[in-house]
Structure formats: C-alpha cells, structure tokens
Design a protein around this ligand. Structure first.
Ligand code: GLA
Length: 723
C-alpha cells in the first residue's frame, strides 16, 4: 500500500519507499497541499499551515480575513476565488462567468491506473482518484495520483466532466499543480534549436513566473516538456531535485511561480496559449499525464529514476529490452541522389561488419527528387527505382540484413498529387496563403478522413513489402492554425492534431507489431515521453558531430534513457558544422545510445570497413549497459573542456566510462575521472590501463586519462568486477 487516507485528519498520504506527498481536505472542502519531499512520518501536518492576512487581497467568502486561498498551498488551484497565482484549471461558462468553486466530493483508491483516453501514459498501479465538484456549474474534476512504492515517482492527470445541461469552455486544463513552502530554488530546463536540441540550462528562480513552453504544435526542439526545480546547493550527485516531464507531443507549458508569500508554485500541462476546449453536456476532457520525480541525491538520481520508470513502464515493451537494430542509413551518404545499384552497393559494403539493418531514407517516393516535392504521394518513384523496393529489400534480406524505410506521413508538398486532389487537407487559415516550412504543409490530423488516409497508405506499403523498420519523420512546425472542420472550435486544433497522431500510431504501430518504429522530427524536435511510448528510439539530432553530440546527449539524458537516443557515426568533415573528429571518437560517442552508421560506406577502404566491425563488436559488448544500465554523468560538457559519462550494470559488476577532451592542451595538468556507482569493497579490472583496484580506490582516487595529443580524442574504459 502506498496510499493512505486518515479519516480523522482528512489527510491523504502518498508514500513511496523514500518520499511523502501529503494533502488534506480542509474545513472549506478544498484540497490543501501540505508536503512533498523526502519520506516523513505519517502524522498531523496542519501545524505547518501558515495563514496570515497579507492585506490588499481577498479572502474566502464568509471566512476570516486571513483565510485566503492565496496563502494556502493548493492542490487544484483555480482563478477568481482569492488565489491570484497560476491556476491549474480555467473555465468559461455559458453565462459569461469564469469563476468556479471546486470542493471535495469523494475519493477512491484503485489497484491499477486506468488508461488515459486517447493518449499514451506510463503504466502504473495504486492510484488515488479524488473527485472535486462545482455544484453551481455542475462540473466534476477528477484528480488522479499514481504512486510507486519502489520509485520516487508520482503520476498526475485530471479528467474534467460537464455534468450540466449547457456547454462550457475549458480555457486551461493543466495536468498538475504543486505548491512548495519556500522560494529558494533554481530551475533547469532543456532549451535548444534544430541541430542543437536540449542544451541543459540552469537559472535562479526569482519573483515572477518562469515559463518553459511550446506553441509550435509539437513538443519541440526549442524547449523540451521537462523542468527540474533544484535546491540552490543541488549538484549532479547531491541535494534535492524535483523533475517534471509531460507525456505529451504537442504544445505544453510548465510555469514556476514565486509570489508575495515567497513560496513556489509549479503548474503544467497542455499550453493554454491558443487553446480552448468546448465541453458539451456529458463531455469529458482528459489532460495528458505529468510525471513527477523526487531526488534527494541530485540530478543524477533524478535521471536514473526517469530512466528506470520509462524503461519498465513506458517505452514500447515489444522492443525496450531487446537489442536495437544497428543501422546503416543512406541519408548523409547519398541525400536524394541514389538508384537501386547505389543502395545495393551500400548494403554489400557493410556485409560482415555486424550492421544488421539497411534504412532507405527520404527520396524513394512520388516526385521526390529534392525536398520541394512529393510528400503525400507514398508510392515508389519508378523513375528512380524502376523495379520498385522489392530488389533492394530482397538484396538486404539475402545478405542477412533487415530493411527499413523512411516516411513523413503527417506532411504534404504543394507539388504533390495528394495536395492537388485535397488542398483543403492541409492546415491553412481562410483567405491566407499558408506559411511553408521546408516547402511543406501539414496535414490536418484533426480530421478523421486525413488520419484514415495516412493509416491506409502506410499500411498498404507495410503490407505489400517485407519492411522490418520504419523511420517516422516530421519536419516542420505548425502555423495558420485553423481547421475547416472545427469552425468556431478552432482553438482545439493543436490538441486534436496530437490525438489524431496518436490514433495513427495506435493503428500502425500496433497493427504491425513486428516493425521497429524509430521516431524523428528534423532530428530531435519531437523527443518526449509520449513518443517513446510508441517509438523505442528517436533520432536524437540531425547534428551528428561527435563533439556537439556530447552536449545534446547529455541534456537528453536528463530524463530519457540512453537506449532511446538514436546516434550515428557519420562522415568528416561533419556535414552540419564541418568539424573533423577522429573516427574512434565518433564511434565512442555514438555508442552511448542506440548506435548506427550514416555515411557512404562504399567509399571506405578495407581498413575503415574492418574498423566498423571492431566498433560493432565493441558495442555488442556494452549493449546491455546501454539498454539497462545506470547512468552517471561525471561532468558537465558545457562547462568544462571535458565530457565524461559512465554506465554501470544494476548488479555493479560491469561499467563503461567514456571520456572526450574536446581541445588538446599541451603540457596539460592530469585529467582524472572519478567513476561512480561501483561497490566500494569489490575488486575491479580496468581493461584499458590494465589496472586492478578496489571500487573505493577507483571512485575516490580516480583514473588518470592519457589523451592522445589531438582535438576531440576519446578514451573508453571497460571495467569488470573480478571478485
Ligand atoms: C530530417 C531527418 C533526417 C533525414 C531528412 C530527410 O531532417 O532528421 O535524418 O531523414 O529529414 O529529408
């Protein structure tokens, strides 16, 4: 049991092994948050409620002046009844009122978390459901809390029902609110851009509202749906950290607010910018799921908790515990310039290297000679591939390799048969020429007929060809937010698009269970937990430069397990930034994820090809660590001239340490790395360096890294317990 209700105190205790989350039903019937953090005793916490008349405010109707909702910590804050901070919910009622009065009605405890309607979520057990009721407006709000005994995790979402006889509008429907009793915090977010996604950034919190959000229709590479709130003294390894992540692939917002009480409120969910949802009588709205992780040991423990939770309870279970394909992808090798012979030559060139999957990227369909035409026409381009896909697929299969194919089904080019037949299927605002991105338009997935079309064309190709792997891309963000089918309910478009996308994923990914689906959005511009529910790995960034990848993969690892980061060894000079990094370094960094290759192997000499085999063999040796291991980030590559990351097996018998020194420094001071997570008293053999030492020695005295005298060199250490 992780959920307790004390009837006398009217208090709920949500407990994991190491955490407590406590709130009560107060005398006025609303939910008064009391505590969230390290596990504490199960006792009366009302002494900590500090009520004071702060003046120039307001108080609860009919209650003393000091009883304002603005001075309580609130579990489900709404606007208009004396709480002026950020709300979790906002309504617009038929009579023009925006004011709701939600009070406790009842609660129940379920053994198993119910699935969320139309949206992916984390699997979970014991779940508290609390119903709040607004009798004036006949609105029911159910708050869901799922607790894990073994993991310091709470899952939250809400279901809002209109049980009245007139329509109402939801202007904000966030997934959670958490109040904390002081304001001494930093925040860490994952901002970025195409080619430099998720660069971790920490800043102090001060009075006002710190917001991370996306208005782009996707969870976005510009800001990830993740926010950590950290104690000022928290580091990678120590101090309190609260991590928040949203299982959602569309517009989101997290807000951290410090107001007059010098307390913190964190709220988050679907972005309410350009959002409104009409609830007709009897309708229900489900918010996406928020994941809350508490760590008393810094960012590292927070990340390991997210990783464990997602590997066990979120990522597509058909693939999460198995070897991922090791691909050769033709994109950076050929771009659009290929024919059957060239593709078969690539397949031939990697025979015997251990690469097990050939992925044919963009350019095989429609009139897709460049990126200005063809999206939407999912039929083989017979001028380019006169015998279709079959000879290439058969060739790959004959060589013992699987075959993967690129799609971008959510999109259409104006220069395509699909657009000529259905121009209205593309999202556009009436009377305006739609903005394009990469010369393409977005199909309106809020419309059933569009989703059905995508399901049918992709299914037909998967049915008619022996395809083992799909790379599912999405290469622009949304504009011209209007849907002819939604009329005045236009502000529902972005969320309905996301629901349409999940419907397509359900049909295709569950309809073709043997196919391995990789996610992609111009690289890592839609990397979120909901994507991971369907796609066991995501192309982390179009930036394949080994040096920049250290920071991208570092940031991505804040909440997403390494097995989900798709990472390729590519050519030098690097196609995105021109940098030349050593071949071995490119492999070492790509090995810290689901590894693969993306370069023209037909141009490699026998030594370079033999090196691929050696690299793949090496990867096979450490793959279990990538799939299941505990991650320790040994330093922050954005702050130092060093990147060092370690993976340790759960039983601590095996570890890998990968270190890169970006810039060579002559006559430099010794660089030491300090492994973590080993058994103090066990003896370990460090293969490189031929060292046999106790875990405590390695972790406290460190290992001196002998870098080669050149830029971007890496050293990897394979560490094994010997007794
Ligand atoms: C996106 C992807 C790339 C590649 C191209 C093809 O940019 O991120 O990996 O597939 O599209 O157009």
């Amino acid at each position: 049991m992780a959920i307790f209700f004390d009837e006398a105190l009217k208090t709920f205790y949500l407990e994991s092994k190491d955490t407590s989350y406590v709130f009560r039903i107060n005398e006025n019937g609303f939910l008064n948050h009391l505590y969230y953090g390290k596990r504490i005793a199960r006792e009366d916490l009302t002494y900590s409620v500090y009520l004071v008349d702060r003046g120039h405010g307001s108080n609860i109707a009919g209650r003393p002046r000091y009883e304002s909702l603005n001075v309580y910590m609130n579990e489900c804050p709404t606007y208009g009844r004396s709480d002026y901070r950020e709300s979790m919910l906002a309504f617009f009622f038929e009579n023009g009122s925006r004011v709701s009065d939600l009070v406790y009605k009842n609660h129940r405890i379920l053994d198993k978390k119910p699935e969320l309607c139309g949206m992916p979520s984390v699997k979970g057990g014991e779940t508290l459901v609390i119903e709040l009721w607004d009798s004036l407006n006949s609105v029911s709000v159910e708050l869901f809390y799922t607790v894990f005994e073994e993991l310091p995790v709470i899952l939250r979402h809400a279901e809002i029902k209109n049980l009245g006889s007139v329509a109402l509008t939801l202007d904000r429907a966030y997934s959670f609110a958490v109040d904390m009793p002081d304001a001494n915090w930093d925040v860490l977010a994952l901002p970025g851009a195409h080619l430099r996604e998720r660069f971790a950034e920490r800043s102090p919190l001060s009075h006002g509202i710190f917001t991370v959000d996306s208005k782009r229709g996707v969870s976005s590479g510009q800001m990830n749906p993740f926010l950590a709130v950290l104690r000022k003294n928290a580091t990678e390894e120590s101090g309190e950290v609260y991590g928040y992540n949203l299982v959602y692939s569309g517009d989101f917002a997290f807000k951290a607010q410090v107001e007059q009480n010098d307390e913190l409120r964190v709220v988050g969910g679907i972005n309410d910018h350009d959002f409104a949802w009409e609830l007709l009588p009897g309708d229900m709205f489900t918010t996406p799921e928020a994941v809350m992780v508490y760590s008393d040991a810094g960012l590292g423990k927070m990340s390991r908790t997210f990783h464990d939770l997602y590997r066990e309870n979120l990522v597509n279970p058909r693939f999460v515990k198995k070897s991922h394909p090791i691909v050769i992808n033709n994109w950076e090798a050929t771009y659009f310039n290929f024919d059957t012979e060239k593709l078969c030559a690539i397949i031939d060139s990697v025979e015997g290297t251990g690469i097990d999957t050939f992925v044919l990227d963009d350019g095989w369909f429609g009139k897709r000679l460049n990126d200005r035409a063809g999206l939407g026409d999912w039929f083989v381009n017979m001028e380019k591939l006169p015998h279709g896909l079959t000879p290439i697929i058969e060739h790959a299969h004959k060589k013992g390799m699987k075959f993967g194919l690129w799609f971008e089904p959510e999109m259409v080019n104006a220069n395509s048969d699909l657009y000529r037949a259905h121009p209205d299927w593309a999202i556009h605002a009436p009377g305006l020429e739609p903005c394009t991105g990469r010369d393409q338009l977005i199909l309106d997935l809020s419309r059933d007929e569009v989703c059905d079309y995508i399901i049918k064309v992709v299914s037909d190709i998967l049915k008619n060809n022996a395809i083992d792997y799909v790379k599912w891309d999405m290469n622009r963000t949304m504009t011209d937010n209007h849907s002819a089918s939604l009329g005045k309910r236009g502000k529902e478009l972005h969320h309905r698009y996301v629901l349409g996308f999940y419907k397509i994923c359900e049909a295709l990914i569950n309809g073709f269970p043997h196919v391995f689906f990789e996610g992609c959005a111009s690289g890592g511009c839609r990397f979120d937990p909901a994507m991971l529910y369907y796609f066991p790995q995501i192309w982390t960034s179009d930036d394949s430069d080994a040096y920049l990848r250290t920071a991208i993969q570092y940031g991505t690892s804040m909440c997403y397990p390494l097995s989900t980061h798709s990472c390729h060894v590519s050519a030098v000079p690097n196609h995105q930034c021109g940098r030349v990094t050593p071949y071995a370094s490119r492999a070492s960094i790509a090995h810290l994820g689901a590894t693969g290759y993306e370069l023209d192997t037909t141009k490699m000499d026998p030594d370079e090809l033999a090196e691929i085999k050696a690299q793949v063999d090496d990867y096979k040796e450490i793959e279990d660590l990538v799939l299941f291991g505990d991650l320790y980030r040994l330093n922050d590559p954005q702050k130092e001239n060093l990147f060092a990351e370690q993976l340790v097996s759960k039983d601590r018998s095996k570890a890998l340490v990968t270190v890169m020194r970006p810039l060579a420094i002559p006559n430099a001071a010794a660089i030491r790395v300090y492994p973590r997570g080993l058994d103090d008293d066990a003896t370990y053999f460090v293969r490189e360096g031929n060292l046999t030492k106790k875990g405590s020695t390695l972790m406290n005295l460190g290992i001196i890294v002998p870098f080669a005298p050149r830029d971007f060199s890496t050293v990897t250490y394979h560490i094994k317990k010997v007794d």
